[in-house]
Design a protein around this ligand. Structure first.
Ligand code: 5GP
Ligand code: 5GP
Length: 273
């Protein structure tokens, strides 16, 4: 009798265990959530994006956070550290402020963009030594991260890795934000503060659209300009959002970057971790 009751109890426990395992795996299949830090969700049911945001980063702000150097980090190029806005990524976005990510599996292959390398190193360098997570578990390069997370969601406008990078470089060259700001008197400075409204107006006058500006405290971190699917400029959705944490104060700075001694730092940190 006691044996029968124990057997029944064991059966019940096994059933509960099975149901739990099945529900967890169903959830994982649905969201594609991956283990590890810097988790990226691979949602398989994402609709087509609405518009593109070209996200540009200001090295003067990003590089101030540089604590150590490695050969791939453009903040460590000494006097060759970039002094213009460089590319962060071309991001397909939705009109409601959200965005798709990691839309299908296409592992980044640097060989596919070997003919673009000079432009990539100069205008789309990584400003960090970190290895970002790829969509499917591993860690990879900044370029790989941008292609897998954002590039794969640019379909049907952009369908492959080479097109993603060459298209992004081309629209970057056609919209020289650094030059627009320079001509309006907004240049890198560690002492000047500029009116945010003046910076936005300079870009509005040049491209007839309102950009999104992201700050780290009072320093401009990123400027995003947005495009319809045919690459005609349009307003960014975030351009009206002045309530978010990343919105800028009324007066902002465009910091110069005092380069670290690149050579010395690379010698101190020989491993590119
Ligand atoms: P952060 O929290 O640094 O603004 O953003 C982290 C990452 O989220 C970005 O590098 C980018 O991959 C993604 N992200 C942030 N804002 C946007 C956005 O407006 N559109 C898209 N597509 N991705 C974004
Ligand atoms: P996102 O913020 O685009 O989703 O992720 C960017 C990832 O790439 C982060 O893990 C970040 O540490 C890494 N990363 C490498 N180089 C850069 C860079 O130049 N800019 C930014 N924003 N992130 C970079």
């Amino acid at each position: 009798m006691a044996l029968r009751r124990s057997l029944l109890l064991l059966l019940l426990l096994l059933q509960v265990l099975l149901v739990t395992v099945l529900s967890v795996s169903a959830y994982l299949a649905e969201t594609g959530r991956l283990a590890g830090d810097n988790v990226v969700e691979v949602n398989r049911s994402q609709r087509e994006f609405d518009y593109f945001a070209l996200s540009l980063q200001w090295p003067g702000t990003y590089c101030r956070g540089t604590r150590h150097c490695c050969s791939k980090n453009a903040c460590c190029r000494g006097s060759d550290t970039p002094t213009q806005f460089t590319i962060h990524g071309l991001w397909p976005d939705y009109n409601d402020g959200s965005w798709p990510s990691c839309c299908y599996r296409s592992d980044f292959n640097e060989k596919e963009i070997s003919t673009l390398m000079d432009g990539m190193e100069k205008y789309w360098p990584s400003l960090s030594c970190g290895s970002p997570s790829s969509c499917h578990g591993g860690k990879g390069s900044f370029w790989g991260h941008e292609w897998e997370k954002h590039g794969t969601c640019s379909s049907p406008v952009i369908r492959d890795e080479y097109s993603y990078f060459v298209t992004t470089l081309n629209i970057y060259f056609k919209h020289n934000v650094t030059d627009v700001l320079y001509k309006a008197g907004y240049v890198a400075s560690n002492s000047e503060k500029y009116p945010l409204g003046g910076i936005v107006t300079a870009i509005q006058n040049a491209f007839h659209i309102t950009p999104e500006v992201v700050c780290k405290r009072d320093a401009i971190d990123e400027i995003r300009i947005c495009f319809y699917k045919d690459f005609k400029p349009r307003d960014c959705v975030g351009s009206k959002d002045m309530t978010s944490k990343k919105s800028c104060p009324k007066y902002v700075s465009l910091p110069e970057y005092t380069p670290l001694d690149g050579e010395a730092m690379v010698l101190k940190m020989p491993t590119d971790e």
